[in-house]
Design a protein around this ligand. Structure first.
Ligand SMILES: Nc1nc2c(ncn2[C@@H]2O[C@H](COP(=O)(O)OP(=O)(O)O)[C@@H](O)[C@H]2O)c(=O)[nH]1
Ligand SMILES: [Mg+2]
Length: 405
């Protein structure tokens, strides 16, 4: 038997190398994500260590049997049984069962060695299956291992959680202390990693902010909350612009809020109009633009919106994302709006989830700081300026819990 180890960035690359070096009969014995010394960084790509082997003896014995049935190829042909770095164990298992059954039906069971091979491969696959879920944490110190699991339970990305804990491992060990001290250290360090923009609304520079995002995420409501807090409580000069020209009633919703808060509302139906309105609003501290809401899958809408965003270099685009969406949907939405170059994100509807990991995943991976959080329908109360420590705590909940105001 010949065994070889590979370090690759993706499984496809490994499969190519294994096939080249060991031939098509090779099997993968193990694979795990690792972090290379010196290459640590939250944004660095994880390396996959793959161990593959080929048994030339068994190959010789089973070669003639292999030829008898094309289906048997599936036993050894691991190509296509991996999706990115995760093996499709279920399909693999099914295939092996099918082949065993076929061998029996065709009376080929005299090829005992082949059947044994099938059994061995099946065993290896099952071992890999259980090793895969725990492999990534084997080299974390014991208390951190538990926090890793906790972070995953709260839907934090496994690679970010692992790299973060690996980065602080030595410092935590050096500091000593009990469980509570360790937890506090993790919260402290994690808070430093979460990108938050705390002082945006308190700085004196004039702000022109465009709120974009899918329909129903809470753009209009969030603008109303901000306008009320800044204008009524902090006595700032706020004006609103609606470029919501599609949904009948959408302008009316903002108009109602504008009247309650007593701030002016302008409506821009073309980029040219928007440019003129912004030029006339120099005296305002905050200009909040509410954008039209249609599906984020509508490419035309994003292009139209882009034309509005292009009228002034002073417009900050803020993408509103609802926490009632899952991790994948949030990334999908961010990618669809990336043409508008969102500078910040606002997470809305924190009251509709108990899993706050995605609040770290997206800002870290996309490098988009969190500008604001909203946690309910009440205007103007249900919003807060993001606090890294509070977010970090919410990701270490033993039992996923609702957001506390
Ligand atoms: N639970 C919850 N509902 C919210 C929040 N923000 C907005 N909403 C509600 O979500 C719905 C859509 O809000 P709207 O501002 O019209 O969304 P838009 O289409 O993005 O402008 C309304 O019923 C809001 O009251 C929030 O933080 N939590
Ligand atoms: Mg709206």
């Amino acid at each position: 038997m010949k065994i070889k180890k590979y370090e690759v960035y993706d499984m496809k690359e490994a499969l190519k190398m294994i096939k080249r070096d060991l031939g098509p009969d090779a099997v993968i014995l193990s694979s795990r994500k690792i972090v290379k010394n010196g290459s640590f960084g939250l944004f660095s790509k994880p390396v996959i260590e793959v161990t593959a082997a080929v048994d030339y003896q068994a190959k010789r014995e089973s070669k003639s049997a292999n030829k008898q049935n094309a289906d048997q190829k599936e036993i050894y042909d691991f190509k296509g049984n991996f999706q990115q770095h995760e093996p499709n164990f279920t399909q693999n298992d099914d295939n092996l069962d099918k082949v065993t059954e076929l061998i029996n039906n065709l009376g080929l069971n005299r090829f005992e060695s082949l059947i044994n091979d099938v059994g061995d491969i099946k065993k290896q696959i099952n071992e890999m299956k259980s090793a895969f879920s725990s492999n990534m944490v084997v080299d974390l110190d014991s208390p951190l291992k538990e926090y890793y699991q906790l972070m995953l339970k709260n839907e934090m990305d496994d690679v970010i959680a692992y790299k973060f804990l690996k980065k602080i491992e030595k410092r935590v060990a050096a500091a000593g202390g009990g469980k509570l001290q360790i937890k506090n250290m993790i919260i402290q360090f994690l808070a430093e990693v979460i990108p938050v923009e705390k002082d945006y609304f308190s700085s004196l520079k004039q702000k022109v902010v465009a709120f974009v995002g899918p329909t129903g995420v809470g753009k209009t409501t969030t603008i109303a909350k901000l306008a009320a807090n800044l204008s009524l409580k902090l006595k700032k000069k706020v004006c609103l612009i609606s470029i919501d020209t599609f949904r009948i009633g959408a302008v009316e919703q903002l108009r109602t809020y504008a009247e309650i808060v007593d701030v002016p509302l302008f409506v821009a139906s073309t980029p040219e109009e928007l440019k003129n309105i912004i030029a006339k609003c120099r005296e305002y501290d905050y200009i909040f633009m509410d954008s039209m809401g249609r599906s984020q899958y509508d490419e035309n809408q994003i292009s139209e919106l882009n034309a509005f965003m292009d009228v002034s270099p002073f417009i900050s685009v803020v993408l509103v994302l609802s926490m009632s969406c899952n991790h994948m949907e949030l990334f999908d939405t961010f990618d669809r709006y990336s043409r508008l170059k969102p500078e910040y994100v606002i997470f809305s509807k924190l009251d509709e989830t108990k899993y706050f990991g995605p609040m770290v995943n997206l800002p870290v991976i996309k490098r988009a700081p969190i500008l604001l959080l909203t946690n309910g329908q009440n205007v103007p109360e249900d919003m807060e300026i993001p606090d890294g420590k509070k977010i970090a705590k919410s990701i270490l909940n033993e039992i996923p819990t609702v957001w506390r105001s």
